[in-house]
Design a protein around this ligand. Sequence first.
Ligand SMILES: Cc1cc2nc3c(=O)[nH]c(=O)nc-3n(C[C@H](O)[C@H](O)[C@H](O)COP(=O)(O)OP(=O)(O)OC[C@H]3O[C@@H](n4cnc5c(N)ncnc54)[C@H](O)[C@@H]3O)c2cc1C
Length: 502
Amino acid sequence: MTPDPVKDIVIVGGGSAGWMTAAALANATQGACRITLIESEEIGTVGVGEATIPPVKYFNSRLGIDEATFLKETSGTFKLGIQFIDWHRKGEAYFHPFGQYGAEFDDVPFYQYWIREFVAGRTRDLDNYSMAWAASAAGKFQHPAREKRLIQSTFDYAYHFDATLYARYLRKYAEARGVRRIAGRVTGAAQDSETGFIQSVSMETGETISGDLFIDCTGFFGLLIEKTLKTGFEDWSHWLPCNRAVAVPCKPGGTIDPYTKSTAKKAGWQWRIPLQHRIGNGYVYCSDHLSAEEAEAELLSSIEGEPLAEPRHLRFQTGRRKQFWNANVVAIGLSAGFMEPLESTSLHLIQYGIMRLLAMFPAKDMSPLLRDEYNALTAAEYERIRDFLILHYKATERRDDAFWRYCADMNIPDRLQYKIDHFRTHGMIVSDERELFHNPSWIAVYIGQGVHPERAPALSGLRPSVPVEQRMQQVRKAMNDAVTAMPEHRQFIETYCKSALQ
Ligand SMILES: Cc1cc2nc3c(=O)[nH]c(=O)nc-3n(C[C@H](O)[C@H](O)[C@H](O)COP(=O)(O)OP(=O)(O)OC[C@H]3O[C@@H](n4cnc5c(N)ncnc54)[C@H](O)[C@@H]3O)c2cc1C
């Protein structure tokens, strides 16, 4: 017998996770399900989350959102990657670009030739071969070319935007597609005594809202997934020890950098995210090594413009829920887990959770097969990202503060150690299936953080007749020429936003 379809979906929470979920479900179910979102203005949202990675484009385009309109509505800017300052050693910087290095000139990947030259001592600076960095360093932007033979096709991009404005924009989108919004605080949940499924949630006002499928988007509260279902949490703070942040926006200057800056500090790191109307700044730190007062003072002394608000302090624990989908509750957003914002992966994980849920959309019986597959795939995604983040901390050569000594000495997951061993021994990048961060991301962080290969990948060395040096020079020249012809990032945004749909 075919089980009854899900007809009533209840989303609890109206931060980025709640409204992204509401918008995507409304778009996908096209009126077949009743969708209710409950949010409490009194509790509010986490209110940070401004940098993204390239897959965010697919989320917006799946919803049919016009890019220029989106940037205008969210005060958004373009992001070509992240510059990491003082992470390897104080006084050094490297760039993690979106897109590839160089341009392929035969069937050996460009980065393997670069490693050959690096091991031979003929080149040092990997950033020089990144189109994304060439444009970033010059403060320029235009969309990548579609024509694959052009150097302008070798970079990719994401966005910086105001997450509160994004949630507001998606609210308009979702409500226009029939999503019902209820304002107020959820205080309890009624469960089926046999299955444990949540039947309804109750509001402070006494009202109850019933549903077949509940999405927990209550942020760090984890109201349904944890407080009600007691799912459990896998703590990763021994690998990702930062557990606090203080954030403050400040006035912007004249130009807009098309990239995020991450500067390593005494007990963590500081972000700088340029939007159209302000710069987002924050210090992510470990409370074992720094007090909230010290972090705030350090942050305020190192921002470049006048603060636009009082500093906001946040607490978190890195890790993930033991199950993301439990009974008839799917946790999306901070309620599912958090790995700190170093590589801007949280909004991506929201998007990933929503897309997976749509691909495995359940009937009312909540097939355990679907649930288990969803949980397994999501756990694997979290773990791959976690290992990439740990690499940044582990591979530091800083020993100046206790925090960095802890990071350098900590034990790391076996799989990450295995990947590092491969790269160090023969320049090979071990890439797991479905890896979010592809080879250029790993090589950027390995080389940038001083994990240097002892040997070049063998194939690159079997081709002594390939004029690698000459090809590399041609690549650099092509990049410089391309960047010269690009518009300034600010100018590009202003013109582009004028083309937004009304
Ligand atoms: C310091 C920091 C920096 C970050 N930077 C980035 C970044 O650069 N890029 C990125 O991708 N991500 C970043 N993130 C993560 C990002 O902020 C979140 O993933 C994103 O905002 C989604 O949050 P959320 O919607 O899950 O939770 P929240 O924003 O906390 O929303 C929770 C919602 O649940 C509601 N709620 C809670 N309890 C109840 C209740 N009892 N009844 C009714 N409603 C309730 C609240 O009112 C709110 O509407 C950062 C996070 C932190 C902490």
